[in-house]
Design a protein around this ligand. Sequence first.
Ligand SMILES: Cc1cc2nc3c(=O)[nH]c(=O)nc-3n(C[C@H](O)[C@H](O)[C@H](O)COP(=O)(O)OP(=O)(O)OC[C@H]3O[C@@H](n4cnc5c(N)ncnc54)[C@H](O)[C@@H]3O)c2cc1C
Length: 401
Amino acid sequence: VDVIQETESKIPAEYERYRAEVREFIRTNAPAHNNNRGPDTPEDVQALMGFLRKLVAAGYQLTPPYGITGDGPVDPIERRIVSEELADARVPVFVGNPVGVYAISVFGSAEQKLRYIPPFLALEHVWTQLFSEPDAGSDLASMRTTAVRDGDEYVVNGSKIWSSFAHQANFGFLPARTDPSAPKHAGISVFILDMTTPGITIAPLRQMTRDQEFNQVFLDNVRIPASARIGAEGEGWPICRAALTAERLSVGGVARRPPMSPLPPLMELAHRKDRTGKAPADDADIRQDIARLHARAHALQCLRYMMMTRQNRQGLGPADPSVAKVLSTELRLEAFAFGVSLFGPEALYEDGELTDRTGAHWWQDNFLFSRALIIGGGTNEIQRNLIAERGLGLPRDVTPR
Ligand SMILES: Cc1cc2nc3c(=O)[nH]c(=O)nc-3n(C[C@H](O)[C@H](O)[C@H](O)COP(=O)(O)OP(=O)(O)OC[C@H]3O[C@@H](n4cnc5c(N)ncnc54)[C@H](O)[C@@H]3O)c2cc1C
């Protein structure tokens, strides 16, 4: 499928009534959000999941992340309309990080697929990714959490950190060391962790945006059934790598629905008049800067479409996911930093509504969160190493990974 053709093509006129119907459904049923990235409190999560379930029950089709698919028939145009309308209404689709469901869809057993994919698609489960540890982030394979076989179970001990949505999650996607004597990439297995299992302690970590989105997770003699292992024992590293690639592509916007571009809100901001009746767009230098950002955003969007098309045809190049992640997150950070600069000292103001895209608080919050995306999903320094090594064939980084 040529993705440019599919994504940019005009939607046939007969779908206009469908679009109006979806928009009205969202307008009358979607919960109000206090955070433009997604729900924060357990009540907000439940309200959002309840709304999304209602949407699906009414027959509207969501586009699942990471290309996870279900069984039913799909109308790609209806799906596209639903995604566009949800994005315009700034309603997040799915909560948490379901990269574990992606791993099950590719590497899981038939029983695991049947057990975990349909309820995920029916918006019944929230997932978290339990990869990073206090001493294993960029060098993930040096993880120390252990899983020791005991009959039909594994006993897990260790600690994971920066686990987004672990406090809201029903299931975790957990790699652990099953053979401490094997070379570091060889002794790892991956598990599905039921987050209600005894021995799990979740300690919240607050971010500089003041949200509490991630956590430290302590695992103390946590018993996991052997049937919850994904793939064979000791063969978890390729599964982790595939999951990281999928995550990178998702952060890089190489998915059906690219992340919200900061450019439309930047344009709104540029036209916002101050008390004297002047708008930032009146300034020629500011116009030039916006034009530069716009040109880069446009080039990035073309690159994403090219990668999506390549993915459907011959497969992605080894550096593509990292290139998309670096360009996407750095442009986003620069655009939000630029937006913040337009406020001057008012940028420090925090009392405005987070739903107001022309307010200082919204810009400040997005600017701060944009920094997180430079780190999350593998830091951009690590992505640059991967581009050099896998894409350009340059010598390996001296740090073992
Ligand atoms: C918002 C957010 C959400 C996250 N959510 C999750 C989650 O849900 N689950 C999860 O498991 N993890 C999550 N993470 C963690 C994230 O994956 C790690 O923070 C990241 O991989 C970096 O690891 P680290 O923090 O241990 O930093 P370190 O690995 O200690 O790196 C510190 C610095 O050194 C640099 N560095 C390290 N090695 C090299 C090298 N070889 N070459 C050049 N520079 C290097 C890094 O780029 C970085 O700047 C999240 C992070 C953020 C910010």
